[in-house]
Design a protein around this ligand. Structure first.
Ligand SMILES: *Cc1c(COP(=O)(O)O)cnc(C)c1O
Length: 430
């Protein structure tokens, strides 16, 4: 029997050439970061003597659950924090951030975001949208913001943004008056770049020079294990994130974390449960092994995602598309923007990606208007865990410049295949 090979297309040659170039450049850095982070994670397991006895949760109140305690300790080590609160009762990244903010802020305090308007879902938490009785605004917590990003001349593309290294006089005044300075590490769904750890370090240093006792909190969603260090290693007092993103390694079914200064983490635990219970109660539904195994896998899965995003950037750049970040850039999250400049291409991109998903490949995404959005949005995400964006997924609003936000990828092979098929289809429709 002879095995029929499909003829090698020009695109496959480009793919091989791109991989060869990545292999001798940026992938080496991503590989080195993986090894560094993996060793730190593993050291946490060893130092805290994780054993099989930790895998069974204590029912009811969940008092003296050694598994929950060791999970917090191992996560704290992995996240370079004094303490961590890792809970399946934290329902999402937004909830983790809300727990962090409520845990740190008292009535009369001021929260100051220095990376502009935070992630969409935090607007209701802060009280910028809606009239929720449980918002920070309803509890007399004030909010203020400015952005350390310089806007480019044409702010509708992701090109030309830079981070300012100096605060103005007025900004320094705001920092002096703030009780908590909030920094979003990842671009999320905005066009400005993600902040690298050295950039975060420089920013935090300046903030603390102006106001040494201010609490610096970092939204770490999408950022974990993409760089050598976590924000908590360079001065952040508290970080928060989602377990269906990076630190869950693709296998944790739900949850979130806050990590940082022990006194702040304890206060967050009191907010999540109640004073007197704090971190000492709460059933873990026998998920401790999964939480720990997800963390163990996370640096490797994040590397797979980074490799895939880098390949996407490289190939789309070669085809003349604007991308952010560029393929050779150091990454601080697992998101890739590809500017397609064509609504049909944006829809097609998502449809092909969906058709190559392990789950729901037979469903065809079409643009729709989600509540609260001004533009139609098209989304693809055939994921094992609902809403997990550590798994390969894409979405984009149907407005100029028709940029697709591509993210995640549990295996490089999957992203590679999807990119190849998408570019093949774009070539054919020329
Ligand atoms: C994902 C994300 C969040 C939280 O989103 P959830 O969907 O609630 O988990 C917050 N900030 C950023 C930057 C994010 O990427």
């Amino acid at each position: 029997m002879t095995i029929a090979h499909s003829p090698t297309t020009a695109l496959q040659v480009q793919l091989k050439t791109a991989e060869a170039e990545l292999q001798t450049s940026i992938w080496q850095e991503q590989e080195a970061i993986y090894h560094h982070c993996f060793e730190r994670v593993l050291t946490g397991f060893i130092q805290h003597k994780v054993g099989e006895e930790h895998f069974l949760s204590v029912t009811g109140y969940g008092h003296d659950d050694l598994g929950r305690e060791v999970t917090d300790a191992v996560f704290a080590h992995a996240l370079q924090a004094e303490a961590a609160l890792v809970r399946v009762q934290i329902v999402s990244g937004t909830h983790a951030l809300a727990v962090g903010l409520h845990g740190c802020l008292n009535p009369g305090d001021t929260m100051l975001s220095i990376t502009g308007r935070p992630y969409d879902t935090l607007e209701e938490v802060i009280g910028l949208r809606g009239k929720n009785r449980q918002s920070l605004a309803a509890k007399q917590v004030h909010y203020d913001e400015f952005s350390v990003f310089n806007q480019p001349k044409s702010p509708e593309t992701a090109v030309g943004y830079s981070v300012r290294t100096q605060f103005t006089e007025a900004e320094a005044e705001k920092i002096k008056r703030a009780n908590l300075v909030f920094i979003q590490r990842s671009r999320g769904y905005s066009l400005r770049p993600s902040l690298t750890i050295p950039e975060l370090e420089a920013l935090i240093l300046q903030v603390k020079a102006i106001h040494p006792t201010v609490i610096v909190m970092v939204d770490n969603c999408y950022g974990e294990f993409t760089q050598y260090q976590e924000p908590t290693a360079v001065g952040a007092d508290l970080i928060a994130g989602s377990l269906i993103k990076n630190p869950g390694g693709g296998i944790v079914p739900a949850g979130g974390y806050v990590a940082g200064r022990a006194d702040l983490v304890a206060s967050c635990a009191d907010y999540l449960t109640c004073p007197g219970v704090g971190a000492e109660g709460g059933y873990t539904f026998n998920l401790t092994r999964i939480l720990l195994q997800g963390l163990y896998l996370a640096p490797g899965i994040v590397k797979e995602a980074l490799k895939g995003m880098t390949l996407a950037a490289k190939l789309f750049e070669q085809k003349g598309y604007d991308t952010a970040p560029h393929w050779q850039d150091s990454r601080s999250d697992i998101i890739q923007i590809l500017t397609l400049r064509d609504p049909d291409k944006l829809v097609k991109f998502c449809q092909i990606l969906q058709s190559l998903s392990p789950i729901n490949s037979h469903i065809t995404p079409i643009p729709a208007n989600p509540p609260g959005y001004a533009d139609e949005v098209v989304m693809a995400g055939g994921t094992f865990i609902d809403g997990s964006t550590l798994e390969l997924s894409a979405d984009g609003p149907l407005r100029s410049p028709f940029a697709v936000y591509l993210q995640g990828g549990l295996t490089y092979a999957h992203t590679r295949l999807a990119i190849l098929k998408i570019l093949e289809s774009f070539d054919h429709s020329l």
